[in-house]
Structure formats: structure tokens, C-alpha cells
Design a protein around this ligand. Structure first.
Ligand SMILES: Nc1nc2c(c(=O)[nH]1)N[C@H]1C(S)=C(S)[C@@H](COP(=O)(O)O)O[C@H]1N2
Ligand SMILES: [Mo]
Length: 312
């Protein structure tokens, strides 16, 4: 097992500097044109190392992609502050190597995966997904990763594995806002096993063809595109297969506001925010929010017969 630092990525995996600078200029230009002044004013983020061998994957939307600058500066990651621009500013204290992910619980093959081993578990795909935050904004993000099902298959869940729990790192030395009590740390999220196994559900390790920036949940995060953004736990260190529905961080914080399923649903409002419309970051006019965030054809069958007002 070889453990490498972020800065030790082989030169072959790094975008040639000229290309990178040109692209950065280009992206900055787009950001300045299309996005509110707050984004343009933020310092341009340092681009990550290029991920090798990424193939186009299934289910990608052809909608316009949200500029890299917005994807990486307008974030929710409460471990680094509650302001949208806080994670981009504060996440530099997160150390993404060495990093391990413990896969445990109701499975035949519990195992501690080194992140670099996990990166090679299955072929990397690019999946362009919509992400809708319960707060009423949305983005289109070209993720890089592989289906979580690829990992689940290898660890062989037992018949008792009915749910899967995801835990974010808990280390206040690296995640300064874990010293505050905005949430009961660590951040925990959960899926039913069939949701976890759904081919749309992604373990993401990158975006825009590059290593995942820290503020987006480096080195590995979940992406569940038909659910509100908060279901997609960042900087995962533990994946646990369990019999009972996990008590998620948001359910603990406000059980009347956040249910276990948290499927994007324009007909069921959050107590503080309407879910009928959304503002795509970079756009001026709001657009209608779609049932299951536009992925109804793929996922509606998972919830047949379930009262989505009760199971929100
Ligand atoms: N550990 C952790 N994961 C998290 C969050 C968080 O605060 N902490 N915020 C969630 C919310 S509310 C959203 S909308 C998405 C945002 O992902 P992005 O910043 O990559 O767009 O991350 C989710 N995952
Ligand atoms: Mo969110």
C-alpha cells in the first residue's frame, strides 16, 4: 500500500500547465459573465490534478454545466462554516492523504479501504447530474466516480443489511466548525439498501475531470441526484450496513424539517422553503423543480405505494 500526498500525484496525471491556465482564464471569464458579482470577486481556486482514464457514464444530462468556479466556491459543508463561501476559504486544513474508508456492519467482507485502493476499485466514469439543495438553488455538475453498487457487490451484504449509513470524518483539528454545535457531529447520512444499490447512486472522487476539491467533499463523497443535496455526504470515512434506518445528522437537528427519504419533491414543501421552484446557479429566472429532480423514470418505482407526504 502506497500512501501519497495531494502534491505527489504523478506528473502524467496533471494537466499541462498551459492548458490549465488557459482553461482557468476561460472559466473565470464565464464566471464573470454568467454569475453574480460575489462569485467573480472570490479568488480563483487552484485547479486539482487530472484524473486518468475517465469514461463517459450513463444518465448524464446535456443541460449547461454550472461553471467550475461556482461549483467550487458556492458550497454547503458545515464542518467548514455555514456560509456558502466558507468551505472554499476554510477547507485547506483538511488532509486527504492518508485516508481510509471503513466498510463494515452487516456484510460478509468488512474491510478498511485505503483511498487510493478505492479509487481503483471500478472504472471511473463522468456523470453529469443535477444537484438540488433544499434551500432552493441547483447546479449541474460533471462528477467523476463509480456506482456505489460496485463497492456493495464486493463486500457482500447479509440479509440483515437493509440500510446503509455514511459517516463524514470527525476531527475538529481539520474541520474547525466541528467545535461549534450547529450539527451533532459527525455528519451522518443514510440510504435504504435499494437506493444505495441504484445505478444512479455514485461514489464521487472528482469533478470536471479532476480530483475532488476539498470543499466538495474530498477525497470521496456520495452523490444521490434524486434526493436533496444534504443526502450526499462528503469526506466519507465510514460506510456501515445496518438493519434499522439510521438517525441522520439532519433528522437529529430538526426532525420536523428533514425526513429520512428527502426525495426532491416539488409538491411537498420544507417548513421554511417552498420546493416548487429553484434557481439554477448562474441563472436569473427560477425554473420549476421536477419530481425526483428529473430522475423519476429511473427511481419512481422505488417508492411505489409510499405516501411521500408522510415519508418525506
Ligand atoms: N459532511 C457534510 N456533507 C454535506 C454537507 C455538510 O454540511 N457536511 N452539506 C450537504 C448539502 S446541504 C449539500 S446541498 C451538498 C452540497 O455539495 P456541493 O458543495 O459539492 O455542491 O453537500 C451535502 N453534504
Ligand atoms: Mo443542501
Amino acid at each position: 500500500m502506497r500512501i501519497i500526498g495531494q502534491d505527489d500525484i504523478p506528473a502524467s496525471e496533471i494537466t499541462p500547465r498551459e492548458v490549465y491556465l488557459k482553461r482557468r482564464q476561460f472559466m473565470a471569464g464565464i464566471a464573470a459573465l454568467a454569475v453574480s458579482p460575489a462569485f467573480a470577486a472570490a479568488a480563483p481556486p487552484v485547479r486539482g490534478a487530472r484524473l486518468a482514464g475517465v469514461k463517459p457514464g450513463r444518465f448524464s444530462t446535456r443541460e449547461a454545466q454550472t461553471p467550475y468556479e461556482s461549483v467550487t466556491t458556492y458550497n454547503n459543508f458545515y464542518e467548514f462554516g455555514t456560509g456558502k463561501f466558507d468551505p472554499a476559504e476554510n477547507a485547506h486544513t483538511l488532509k486527504t492523504r492518508p485516508w481510509t474508508v471503513s466498510v463494515e456492519g452487516e456484510i460478509k467482507r468488512p474491510r478498511l479501504y485505503d483511498i487510493d485502493e478505492l479509487l481503483k476499485l471500478a472504472p471511473l466514469e463522468e456523470r453529469v447530474y443535477r444537484l438540488r439543495c433544499v434551500e432552493g438553488w441547483s447546479m449541474v455538475i460533471p462528477w467523476v466516480g463509480f456506482p456505489l453498487a460496485e463497492l456493495i457487490r464486493r463486500v457482500e451484504p447479509s440479509g440483515n443489511a437493509r440500510f446503509v449509513e455514511f459517516h463524514t470524518l470527525h476531527d475538529p483539528a481539520q474541520m474547525p466548525f466541528q467545535r461549534s454545535s450547529v450539527l451533532d457531529w459527525p455528519y451522518v447520512e443514510g440510504l435504504r439498501i435499494d437506493e444505495a444499490n441504484h445505478p444512479l447512486t455514485l461514489l464521487a472522487v472528482g469533478l470536471y475531470g479532476e480530483v475532488l476539491p476539498r470543499q466538495n467533499g474530498a477525497p470521496v463523497r456520495l452523490v444521490v441526484p434524486w434526493k436533496y443535496g444534504f443526502k450526499s455526504a462528503k469526506s466519507i470515512v465510514k460506510i456501515r450496513f445496518v438493519e434499522k434506518p439510521p438517525l441522520t445528522a439532519w433528522m437529529r437537528a430538526a426532525p420536523n424539517e428533514y425526513g429520512f427519504f428527502s426525495n426532491v419533491n416539488p409538491k411537498v414543501d420544507h417548513p421554511r422553503w417552498s420546493q416548487a421552484k429553484e434557481r439554477r446557479i448562474g441563472e436569473f429566472f427560477k425554473r420549476d423543480t421536477l419530481m425526483f429532480n428529473g430522475y423519476a423514470d429511473q427511481v419512481a418505482h422505488l417508492y411505489r405505494g409510499l405516501d411521500l407526504r408522510k415519508f418525506f
